[in-house]
Ligand binder design. Structure first.
Ligand SMILES: [Zn+2]
Ligand SMILES: [Zn+2]
Length: 161
């Protein structure tokens, strides 16, 4: 993994230096909000911080992630920018949020722009990304995969879709 230049401006486009922005979260400080987690995940794609991308996905989904595919996509793309459009903090116990953003990148197939409204949940003071491409494997009356101790239907299922 290339050593990130912590005196460089942060790839998330905040205008702050990497070490005053997403770099802190990559180094282990929990991101304080869903938006800051989302931004730090984009920066992790730019910097090839695959471990961070895995660790900030809902723990119950981590085994369903394709580490090599994430790594390849991260490294073979030229990341062009991030725009965060909206953060919706929905509250609840645990707290849920959505962040709407557009990420742009360039690869062998050309230039891409992807707009997504991503779901996040907070657990034990840490925010996690709920990956829409990985099955949560939970029935409505099962314990919620976010480990809140509540039923899925009363917890994350109520905030998804
Ligand atoms: Zn940043
Ligand atoms: Zn939940």
């Amino acid at each position: 993994m290339p050593t990130p230049d912590t005196a460089a401006s942060c790839p998330c486009g905040s205008g702050d230096l990497l070490n005053a922005c997403c770099g802190r979260y990559h180094a282990g400080t929990p991101a304080p909000s869903a938006e800051s987690l989302m931004r730090s995940r984009y920066s992790a794609y730019v910097l090839g911080q695959v471990d961070y991308l895995l660790a900030t996905t809902l723990p119950a989904q981590q085994s369903g992630l394709d580490r090599e595919a994430i790594r390849t996509w991260s490294l073979q793309s030229t990341w062009l920018g991030l725009e965060v459009e909206q953060s919706e903090v929905l509250g609840g116990q645990p707290e849920h949020a959505f962040v709407t953003f557009t990420a742009r990148w360039h690869d062998d197939a050309g230039e891409h722009s992807h707009r997504e409204r991503s779901a996040f949940v907070q657990h034990d003071g840490q925010w996690f990304f709920i990956d829409p491409t990985v099955d949560l494997n939970a029935g409505r009356n099962d314990p919620c995969p976010c480990a809140s101790g509540q039923k899925f239907k009363k917890c994350c299922a109520a905030y998804l879709n």
